[in-house]
Structure formats: structure tokens, C-alpha cells
Design a protein around this ligand. Structure first.
Ligand code: GUN
Length: 291
């Protein structure tokens, strides 16, 4: 068997095309969707993510505001900016790029963002709403994974899904979204014993570990859908500098039924869902204003 490779770039392009139309329609009604992005420090990966997010907004007709702070920024300065953006009715989404420098209380910063503008879906109230099955902004990466599964017509209801990783950004919300969609979910992590025993039972296997090539073909059930959330930059060897996922592509593609590549898989969908959440937030604001 050779896996069907899911094209995240193509799916992103089609979803972003629709979002650009939605943004244009809202703009014509006087409510241009607007995302404010805050970056603290000079982490090179974060700088790339933020640049890509801002560029994607511009392309979709979403206004973006960018605020950069130095590594030694006073948390109160950033919190004051968030309060200002919360109060600004022309701003529909606020995103603080993570990780933050050590002087910041990350949870306090995330909770300072208005729940209605929390397009990253990281505010504790949005996390709670997601777990209770209520309307919420869903975190962008796992939301993008659900869109990819849907587009590829991978059945989720009744499937056994195994998520490797338990981060607040990917693993936990991924498990919640799969559960909401009717899967039976196992969450594995660095303390899990006999990991391959679990992964080999998965109809849907999501790898969010942060270790290049961690999932190998022998860990995958034949025909399974394997979703690679890893974005690792190889530090050494002949492919140094290259982006690489958590899945060993060559061995897994021979076993899996469906597989996402890195790059060109989940990555572009993350930004697409950020745009989708921002447009949705603007739509809600327009509705509240009666326009
Ligand atoms: N850092 C890594 N992924 C993300 C993300 O999706 N959102 C934010 N704000 N920071 C991140």
C-alpha cells in the first residue's frame, strides 16, 4: 500500500479563497476583519510565524496590526496594549505569539485577551467551552487537522484516534476536537509505556511530539490516517537546515492509507484557521452591530 498524500497547500488555497470573499463582503458592509499580532522577543521561528500570519492576512483582505516588543519587555506594557486592543471595536482578533520570555506569566497574558477576540482559542474560557461542546474559537492547528480529515473524507465518528503529545496548543485540544467529533481517543505522551502498542491500534494517528522522524512505519496500523503536526528543523546530517516532521515519511507512506507531508501538510492549515477565526469574529461583531 502507498498512502494517499494530503495536500495542505491546495486545501488552504481553496479555504483562503472563500475567506477572502467573506472578508470582502464584510468590508463592504463597513466591518473589515482585523487581526492584531503581538510578538515579544526575537525567537527566529516565532518571527517567521508572525511574518507569515501577517502576510496571509494581507492576501485575504484582512487588516493586520503588528506590535513588536523586546525580549526584556515589561509584561505590564504588553498587558496595557492588550487592554487597548480589547476595547477597540475595529479589532476582531488578538494573538500573542508563544512562547513568551520568562518574566511573563503566559496564562495571565492569554486570559487578558477578551474571550470574544481570542482567535487562537487559548483562553481558559474557550478551552472550557471546547471541552463542554459549546460554541468556541478552536485552536488553529488542531482545527486545521479536523478540516483536513473532513476534506479527505476520513471517518472520525467511531474511529480510534491516538494523539501523541499533550501540549495546550496541539495535543489536548486535538483530543477534545476528535472526541467532540465522535472518535474514541487515546492521548499518549513522553511517560506512556509501550507507545507502539497504542499507535498500532489507531485508525487516526496524530503526531505532535517535536521529534524528527519519531513515528516509524512499524508503529502504524495498515491503512491508518497519519497526521504529522511536527515542524522540526534538522540541526545536523546531510539534510541540516531542512524542515522535517515527527513522522518518518518514507517508512510510514508504505503502511498508512492517508498521510500529511511536512512541509505542505498541516502547517498551511494552521494559518488558514487563524484567518477563519478572525473572519468569524468579525462576522459576530457585524451581527452584534446589526450591519
Ligand atoms: N506558538 C506555536 N504555535 C502557536 C500558535 O498557534 N499560536 C500562538 N499564538 N503561538 C504559537
Amino acid at each position: 500500500m502507498t498512502a494517499h498524500i494530503l495536500d495542505g497547500n491546495a486545501l488552504s488555497a481553496s479555504v483562503r479563497g472563500q475567506l477572502a470573499e467573506d472578508a470582502a463582503a464584510l468590508t463592504a458592509r463597513g466591518v473589515q476583519p482585523c487581526l492584531a499580532v503581538i510578538l515579544v522577543g526575537a525567537d527566529p521561528a516565532s518571527a517567521v510565524y508572525v511574518r507569515n500570519k501577517v502576510a496571509a492576512c494581507e492576501k485575504a483582505g484582512i487588516r493586520s496590526l503588528r506590535f513588536d516588543y523586546p525580549q526584556d519587555a515589561d509584561p505590564d506594557t504588553v498587558l496595557a496594549r492588550i487592554a487597548e486592543l480589547n476595547a477597540d471595536p475595529s479589532v476582531h482578533g488578538i494573538l500573542v505569539q508563544l512562547p513568551l520570555p520568562p518574566q511573563f506569566d503566559e496564562a495571565a497574558v492569554l486570559e487578558a485577551i477578551s474571550v470574544t477576540k481570542d482567535v487562537d482559542g487559548f483562553h481558559a474560557e474557550n478551552v472550557g467551552r471546547l471541552s463542554q461542546g459549546q460554541e468556541a474559537f478552536f485552536p488553529c492547528t488542531p482545527h486545521g487537522v479536523m478540516k483536513m480529515l473532513e476534506a479527505a473524507e476520513v471517518p472520525v465518528k467511531g474511529a480510534h484516534a491516538v494523539v501523541i503529545g499533550r501540549s495546550n496548543i496541539v495535543g489536548k485540544p486535538m483530543a477534545m476536537l476528535l472526541l467532540r467529533a465522535g472518535a474514541t481517543v487515546t492521548v499518549c505522551h513522553s511517560q506512556t509505556r509501550d507507545l507502539a502498542e497504542h499507535t498500532r491500534r489507531a485508525d487516526i494517528l496524530v503526531a505532535a511530539v517535536g521529534r524528527p522522524g519519531f513515528v516509524t512505519g512499524d508503529m502504524v496500523r495498515p491503512g491508518a490516517a497519519v497526521i504529522d503536526v511536527g515542524i522540526n528543523r534538522l540541526k545536523e546530517g546531510p539534510n541540516a537546515g531542512k524542515l522535517c516532521g515527527d513522522v518518518d515519511f518514507e517508512s510510514v507512506r508504505k503502511v498508512a492509507g492517508v498521510l500529511t507531508p511536512v512541509p505542505g501538510g498541516v502547517g498551511p492549515m494552521t494559518i488558514t484557521m487563524l484567518l477563519a477565526n478572525t473572519v468569524e469574529s468579525a462576522r459576530r461583531a457585524a451581527r452584534a452591530q446589526g450591519v
